[in-house]
Design a protein around this ligand. Structure first.
Ligand code: EPU
Length: 423
C-alpha cells in the first residue's frame, strides 16, 4: 500500500496562500549550526518537510541536542557533539547531507561519510566540492562507498569554481570558516540561499564577505557561537504557487514572498499574459484571458531557475503557440514531461530541450512524481486537468512542499491524500 495525492481538477482557486521558509536554505543552515563551538543556534521559519526530519536524524547521530517543535523553530546545541562517520540510510535520503562534509571538515578537520542521495536529475557529481576541500589542504579518499576527507590543518586559498555550483559554494564556505587566513571563492554561486547561509554564519561570528556576488571572501576565525536566525521564504515554493495560480486563479494572493528573488519567473509570466499585482512581500494573481507561449532557458541565479522549469512546463501546455524549454543545469531534468504526455500534453523531447505545443486539454490519470519538482509540475497539471489525477511516489513532494494539499484545499482545490495499492 502507498500514500497518493488525488486531485479533482477544474476548480477555480481563490484566497490567500502563505509560503514557508526556504528548503534549500534550511538544509544548509541546519548543518551550518554544527560549526558552533558553543551556545544555542535557534532557527525560525523552518518548513515542515521531510528533509528537515532527515537532517535531524543525522544531527542525532552526531549526538547534537536538537529541539524541533515540528512547526517553525529548531534549537541546536553542539556541546556534546561527536564526529562519528555518517553512513546511515539518512545520508542517502537527501542531497543536502553533503553539507556535513564541509561543516565537519571545517570543525574537526576530518569527515567520513557516504555519498549523498536526493532527486535523480541526471549525473550530479561533487567534484567541485572536493576540489575546494583539497585547495584548502585536505586529502580526499573514497573507500567502500564512503568519502574520508581530512587535513592536518586547513589553510585559506583562492578557489575558482568551473561552474557556479550552489552546493560547492556553501560547502567551501563551511570548510573555510575556521581555516587559517583568507579564502576567496571566485565564480561563486549567487543564489539568495547562499546569502542566507552566510548571514547566519556571520551572526555566529564568521567573517564572510561578498555572498550574493560571484566573489566570496572568508577570513578564518577562532570560534563560532550561538545565534538566532529567521530563514528567507522559499522562492521555489512561491514560484510554484505563482504558476498554479496563473493556471487556475480567480484571485490568489501569495504572501511571505520576496518578489526580487522571483524576477525571472515574474517577467516570463507577464510575457505569457498573467495578470499580477506585485507588492512588497505579496503577489496577487488574477486569471488571465489567454496565455501565450514563451521560451525558457534555465541558468544559475538570477537566471531562470531549473527548479521552476518543471512546474512552468505544465503551465506552458495551456499557452497558445510553441514554447521551447532549454535546460542548461540538469540536461536530463525532463521526466515530468513523460507524465504530462500521459495526461495529453503535446511535448517533443530532444537532448536538453522540450518543445511544447499548446494549448492542449489535460486529462486526469495515474502519474508518478519521479522527483520533487516533477511532483510540483504534476500538482499543477492535476489542478488543471479534467477528472481525477492520482500522483504516486509523493514522498518526493513531501521532501520539499510543506502541507501543500492542506494549503491548496484552503484556496478551493479539491485535493486529498489516499492510500492505494501500488500498481
Ligand atoms: N556540478 C558539477 N560538479 C559539482 C557540483 C555541481 O558538475 O561538484 C554541476 C551539476 O551537475 C549541475 C550544476 O553544476 O549541472 C549545478 O549544480 P549545483 O551544485 O548548483 O546544484 P546543487 O547544489 O546540487 C542546488 C539545489 C537544487 C537546485 C540546484 C541548482 C539544494 C539542496 N539543491 O543543488 O535544488 O536545482 O542547486 O539551482 O540546494 C530542488 O530543490 O529541487 C533542487 C534539486
Amino acid at each position: 500500500m502507498m500514500e497518493v495525492i488525488k486531485i479533482e481538477g477544474g476548480h477555480e482557486l481563490n484566497g490567500t496562500i502563505s509560503v514557508g521558509g526556504s528548503k534549500n536554505a534550511t538544509v544548509a543552515l541546519i548543518p551550518a549550526a554544527v560549526l558552533a563551538c558553543g551556545g544555542e543556534i535557534k532557527i525560525y521559519g523552518v518548513p515542515e518537510i521531510d528533509d528537515v526530519e532527515n537532517l535531524i536524524n543525522l544531527l542525532k547521530e552526531l549526538n547534537v541536542k536538537v529541539d524541533y517543535d515540528g512547526k517553525d523553530s529548531i534549537s541546536i546545541v553542539t556541546d556534546d557533539m561527536v564526529n562519528i562517520p555518517l553512513e546511515s540510510k539518512a545520508v542517502t535520503k537527501l542531497r543536502a547531507s553533503y553539507y556535513f562534509m564541509g561543516a565537519l571538515l571545517g570543525k574537526y578537520k576530518r569527515v567520513q561519510m557516504k555519498m549523498p542521495g536526493g532527486c535523480y536529475l541526471g549525473p550530479r557529481p561533487i567534484d567541485l566540492h572536493l576540489k575546494g576541500f583539497e585547495a584548502l589542504g585536505a586529502t580526499v579518499t573514497y573507500e567502500q562507498g564512503s568519502y574520508i576527507i581530512e587535513a592536518k590543518e586547513l589553510i585559506g586559498n583562492k578557489i575558482y569554481l568551473d561552474f557556479a555550483s550552489v552546493g560547492a559554494t556553501i560547502n567551501i564556505m563551511f570548510a573555510a570558516v575556521y581555516a587559517q587566513g583568507k579564502t576567496v571563492i571566485e565564480n561563486a554561486a549567487k543564489e539568495p540561499e547562499i546569502i542566507d547561509v552566510a548571514t547566519m554564519l556571520n551572526k555566529m561570528g564568521a567573517n564572510i564577505k561578498g555572498a550574493g556576488t560571484s566573489m566570496i571572501t572568508i577570513e578564518g576565525v577562532e570560534c563560532l557561537v550561538g545565534c538566532t536566525h529567521e530563514i528567507i521564504p522559499d522562492r521555489i515554493v512561491a514560484g510554484t504557487y505563482l504558476i498554479l495560480a496563473s493556471a487556475m486563479a480567480k484571485e490568489v494572493t501569495i504572501e511571505n514572498i520576496i518578489p526580487h528573488h522571483l524576477e525571472s519567473l515574474i517577467s516570463k509570466l507577464q510575457e505569457m499574459g498573467v495578470k499580477m499585482d506585485v507588492g512588497i512581500d505579496t503577489i496577487k494573481v488574477s486569471r488571465a484571458e489567454k496565455l501565450t507561449s514563451v521560451d525558457i532557458n534555465t541558468q544559475p541565479y538570477p537566471g531562470f531557475a531549473t527548479d521552476l522549469q518543471q512546474p512552468l512546463t505544465t503551465l506552458l501546455t495551456q499557452a497558445e503557440g510553441t514554447s521551447i524549454v532549454r535546460e542548461n543545469i540538469y540536461t536530463e531534468r525532463f521526466k515530468h514531461c513523460l507524465e504530462l504526455q500521459r495526461m495529453g500534453a503535446d511535448i517533443q523531447l530532444s537532448p536538453a530541450q522540450a518543445t511544447i505545443e499548446g494549448p492542449t486539454p489535460l486529462d486526469g490519470d495515474y502519474v508518478t512524481a519521479t522527483d520533487l519538482r516533477c511532483g510540483a509540475s504534476l500538482i499543477v497539471a492535476g489542478l488543471i486537468a479534467k477528472g481525477v489525477t492520482t500522483i504516486q511516489d509523493i514522498y518526493h513532494i513531501d521532501r520539499g512542499y510543506d502541507n501543500i494539499d492542506e494549503k491548496l484545499r484552503a484556496i478551493g482545490a479539491n485535493i486529498w491524500r489516499a492510500t492505494e495499492k501500488k500498481d
